[in-house]
Design a protein. Sequence first.
Length: 234
Amino acid sequence: LSCVMLAVAGTPTIEVRAGLEAIAAQFKRNTLGEQARKTLASLEPSAKKTTESLTGDLELFGLPNLLQSLAGSETSGELVLFDARQARQGSIAMVRGKVTRCEAGGVSGPEAVYLFMEKPFPGTFAFRSSADDGGVAPKEILDPMSLILEGARRHDEYQQAKAFAADGVRFEPTGIPAVRPEDETDGELASNVWDRAAAGTTANDCELEMKTDPFRVRRLYAHWVETRALRPRV
């Protein structure tokens, strides 16, 4: 395992980072875990100082502007986002201006980008450029402009949904059948969200439990309040 960690030290992909985190957690009391933690630290660009990265204030630049700029210059590399306490929130990998990987907490793929746009936060970013994709074929190639437009739409609708299902409010079923919105095709997600909503879980807590972008969860709550399947608990 030590040889493997040395071999991947220059390959900061999401998959490599996840494997190292698992090793660090499993062997946290011996030298193997310590080596995994050191390797993780070497993969992470610093949000405060680095000679390899473009860094800046996330709130000042804005994620849509960053993605648009990187796409326009057909840049390859990894954009890492940090909150105001310099805690890593997630990353977006790009190859020649296209998005190839993205993750935020337990969410990956396009919904990770949507999560960043739906719930923006003050912080910083670091973009570490690379010459190419390292010879690894991306699982999917995403158009940044399509992500920006869809993310903006979801941001606006997320804010509207919060007017019906605000943070901290607990709901209860009214007896009216809970029907999901027509364009929500994931019946299992809707069922899991309903179970939590009916049990009194707040919308913001439910968002943390579900491995998807917050918009889909909040919109289900709002839809059920609008259709009177849910009502605030007294």
